[in-house]
Write a protein that binds this ligand. Structure first.
Ligand SMILES: Nc1ncnc2c1ncn2[C@@H]1O[C@H](COP(=O)(O)OP(=O)(O)O)[C@@H](O)[C@H]1O
Ligand SMILES: [Mg+2]
Length: 337
């Protein structure tokens, strides 16, 4: 969806890149924009004198309004309204003491992972909530959130079928009495997925890939362990959810392969933000925001050196996992190798 305010900020080239079908619309209406691509439609219209406009096939003064209607209808027709998020921008606000945040702005693009680190109570969950709410300087932090570089329509906040954000929260309690297969099927149906069976099995495969212990389509949802249900939710979000932004709040104790989970989410072209105390997850991210006293203190890019540390960390993780399995299996531990 696009508002008039948003359209007025985009050049013709940007509009055509984002909505290629607009070209056909312009051609059908004999509106020639060649050579004017760097202008907005408003500026384009102002290039012409009144008498010149009379010869055009359509009333140019209504162009913007008609374009908005056309774009909205096309997006609805194409079923693509949810997928049109290419970037998420965080604009600075203030910390708990009211001091302004000093970063300029942070833009996150598809397939990027951003970690959020900082002590308990520092404001990590608050930042995720700002994003979910597409804050417009109207939360305690006074931050602003832009989508594709512009102030998002407030409809994102209230629409449940058209949700901007898929949030994987700390507590996920299944209360319904369904099998895993029925649960995903229900979900797939509500999303109007076409190849339902294929999607259901893709999700279960992915979930099993993430979870330590295997389960199948017939496993009752209530019989899943914490790690298994978390794995199922992540696979479901990655594959089925059209939400372009995934927010993850403190995933570490979930007993799933976190590295695989992040890769799965990012592979599906999502923007991933993860609040974490876990060094492996923090260093897997492309960047990390350091939160202090409710404010974003700094934004660090994961350096080459840090990526090397990550390799060591992963080796350590593997050892810990192996130790965990041995203990579970009732073995006596002699030394760690
Ligand atoms: N910039 C801010 N201004 C005012 N209150 C804030 C700010 N940032 C966080 N808070 C509040 O501080 C409390 C702790 O933040 P929270 O996000 O839960 O911390 P964390 O997830 O890091 O443990 C919450 O009540 C939150 O609303
Ligand atoms: Mg928190």
């Amino acid at each position: 969806m696009i508002t008039k305010e948003q359209l007025q900020k985009l050049s013709i080239q940007e509009v055509l890149t984002r909505y290629p079908f607009v070209l056909t619309y312009l051609e059908n209406n004999k509106i020639k924009v060649e050579g004017y691509e760097s202008l907005t439609f408003h500026e384009f219209r102002n290039q012409f004198e009144e008498h010149e406009l009379e010869e055009w096939a359509m009333d140019l003064s209504k162009l913007e309004e008609e374009l908005i209607v056309f774009i909205s209808q096309m997006l609805e027709f194409l079923g693509e309204t949810e997928n049109s998020v290419d970037s998420l921008t965080i604009l600075p606000g203030q910390d708990k003491s009211g001091n302004p945040e000093t970063f300029e702005m942070l833009t996150i693009r598809k397939s990027e992972i951003i970690a959020i680190v900082g002590p308990t109570g520092s404001g990590k969950s608050r930042l995720l909530a700002d994003i979910e709410w597409t804050a417009q300087h109207d939360t305690p932090t006074k931050r602003g959130i832009l989508i594709n570089g512009v102030t998002p329509d407030k409809k994102w906040r209230f629409s449940s079928s058209n949700k901007l954000v898929a949030q994987l929260s700390q507590n996920m309690n299944f209360v319904i009495d369904l099998s895993v297969g029925e649960f995903i099927e229900l979900h797939a149906k509500s999303r109007l997925v076409e190849q339902e069976e294929e999607v259901v099995s893709r999700i279960v495969d992915a979930a099993n890939y993430l979870a330590g212990e295997k389960f199948d389509l017939n496993t009752p949802v209530t019989a899943l362990s914490g790690g298994q249900s978390r794995a199922l939710m992540i696979a479901d979000t990655a594959i089925l959810s059209k939400s372009p932004i995934v927010l993850i709040d403190e995933i570490e104790n979930a007993g799933i392969d976190r590295k695989k989970a992040l890769k799965l989410l990012v592979g599906e072209e999502k923007i991933v933000l993860i609040a974490t105390h876990d060094p492996t997850l923090a260093l897997m991210a492309d960047k990390r925001m350091v939160i202090k006293n409710g404010g974003i203190l700094k934004i660090l890019e994961t350096s080459k050196e840090e990526k090397e540390v990550l390799i060591t960390l992963e080796e350590m993780d593997t050892k810990i996992q192996a130790l965990r399995s041995s203990l579970r299996a009732g073995e006596v531990i002699k030394n760690i190798e």
